[in-house]
Ligand binder design. Structure first.
Ligand code: UD1
Ligand code: CA
Length: 454
């Protein structure tokens, strides 16, 4: 039977106490809903429909993929009412799988098992046993048979003692689901149309209803507030780090690293504590990331070492480079092989060829630095005149003394030496020493100023 997936994402998420719709709260750097979608896509459904409402168009415009069908639930009258909005366009012959936008840690393996265990023409509910079931809908069984789901607020004390809860994930024949939803009532503690009430209706109609237990409570946790969001974040981080450790990546402490995006690692990579990876990052064989680094959308080549406390974004390195401590690599910083970038150095939109060293207190922007170049401490490429940016070119094997201003556009020839303290505004000849600074002089007999009135 073809599969239609319906994802509920219209709720406000009052308990988040946030202006951002709940399903857009981020988990590992991406909206919660994106995680649910990733899982849904892996199931090869005939169609995926997302019910949105609270927060209006911000949800579809933030998520925006074209393979989705977006259905508006203008007023949120409960989970049953939400699913109803998606029914007109769901083929009645399909099997409907309902997922919640606020249950984002589900795995493809669990959903596949649920679908396999759903009886033909029957209903299946994914459940889990919890020590503290507070807040969740309870699974009411008669012997082994599931006979209904009762919400926390509607439950009797005896029902509240039930520890098996509804994860919200449900499989139903779409046609029958549509009929049951039409008959829902909102006569309950929350005045809402509960999706969970279809279970008792199915039982009444003699439909086979199965409760399939998930093995892992974290995977099915519903996220309603910031505390649960933080708990889910830690759980997801642990999952991502476990996967990397299985691939051979070493971590000083698996609990003190954050991956907010995709981190791809080669062999023998080592990552020290408090490294944060955002977006698409790849670390080559044998690279090492020391403590307290933020690396975003960057590629570090094999053998590259990032010393402590660097901020790296949109940068690339070849093999065996060294960066930091305390360096900043901005978008377009591209180091070739064996390049050293030391402390308090900022590099933006510049290429640095093999073996060059920029070790201290320097700004390199819009520059092309050749191979074997040594840039002295306190060198600045003056790339901006307040309106436009200009390029600095430094030839191979040039030596730039300390405290030099290179006023772009400017070109330093191959093997040139620039004297310390120079301000260079014109091309510097290859192989020659160029100076651009006032001559040193001594003012004989000059008197130090004296404080007035003393
Ligand atoms: C729901 C279930 C409960 C289950 C729990 C699991 C119902 C009635 N209750 O409770 O049995 O244990 O999830 O986490 O189904 N939504 C809409 N439109 C609405 C209302 C909700 O799209 O009108 C969406 C929300 O965005 C959310 C999901 O449905 O993604 C669940 O809604 P929520 O209000 O969080 O339900 P719970 O009270 O957690
Ligand atoms: Ca919830």
């Amino acid at each position: 039977m073809p599969l239609s997936i319906i994802i509920l994402a219209a709720g406000q998420g009052t308990r988040m106490r946030s202006d951002l719709p709940k399903v857009l709260q981020t988990l590992a750097g991406r909206p919660m809903l994106s995680h649910v979608l990733e899982c849904a896509r892996a199931l090869q459904a005939a169609d995926i429909c997302v019910v949105y409402g609270h927060g209006g168009e911000t949800v579809p415009s933030t998520i925006g993929q074209e393979d989705l069908r977006w259905v508006l639930q203008a007023e949120q009258h409960g989970t049953g009412h939400a699913v109803q909005q998606a029914m007109p366009e769901t083929p009645p012959g399909n099997r409907a799988l309902i997922l919640f936008g606020d249950v984002p840690l589900l795995t493809v393996a669990t959903l596949t098992r649920l679908l396999e265990d759903t009886p033909a023409d029957g209903v299946a509910v994914l459940t889990v046993d919890l020590h503290d079931p507070y807040g969740y809908g309870r699974i009411v069984r008669d012997g082994e048979r599931v006979v209904g789901i009762v919400e926390q607020k509607d439950a009797t004390p005896a029902q509240r003692a039930i520890t098996e809860i509804n994860t919200g994930v449900m499989v139903c024949p779409a046609g029958r689901l549509g009929d049951w939803l039409q008959n829902l009532s909102n006569d309950n503690a929350q005045g809402e149309y509960y999706l969970t009430d279809v279970v008792a209706m199915a039982v009444r109609d003699g439909v086979d209803v199965r409760g399939v237990k998930a093995s892992n409570r974290i995977e099915v946790m519903g996220i309603n507030d910031k505390k649960q969001l933080a708990e889910a974040e830690r759980a997801l981080q642990a999952r991502l780090v476990d996967e990397l450790m299985a691939e051979g990546v070493g971590f000083a402490d698996p609990a003190r690293v954050d991956i907010r995006g995709k981190l791809t690692c080669g062999k023998d990579v080592f990552i020290d504590v408090n490294a944060v990876f955002e977006g698409d990052v790849s670390l080559g064989d044998g690279s090492r990331i020391e403590s307290n680094n933020l690396i975003r959308d960057s590629k570090m080549g094999p053998g590259t070492v990032v010393h402590s406390n660097c901020h790296i974004e949109g940068a690339t390195t070849g093999r065996d480079c060294e960066i930091g401590p305390f360096a900043r690599m901005r978008p377009g910083a591209a180091l070739s092989n064996n390049v050293k970038v030391g402390n308090f150095v900022e590099i933006k939109k510049s290429t640095v060829a093999d073996g060059s060293k920029i070790n201290h207190l320097t700004y390199i922007g819009d520059a092309e630095v050749g191979a074997g170049v040594n840039v002295g401490a306190g060198t600045i490429t003056c790339n901006y005149d307040g309106a436009n940016k200009y390029k600095t070119t430094i030839g191979d094997d040039a030596f730039i003394g300390s405290g030099v201003n290179l006023v772009a556009p400017v070109e330093i020839g191959k093997g040139a030496t620039i004297g310390a303290g120079s301000t260079i505004t014109k091309p510097a000849a290859a192989g020659e020493l160029t100076l651009g600074r006032a001559k040193q002089m001594t003012i004989k007999g000059w008197k130090k100023p004296v404080k007035k009135g003393s």
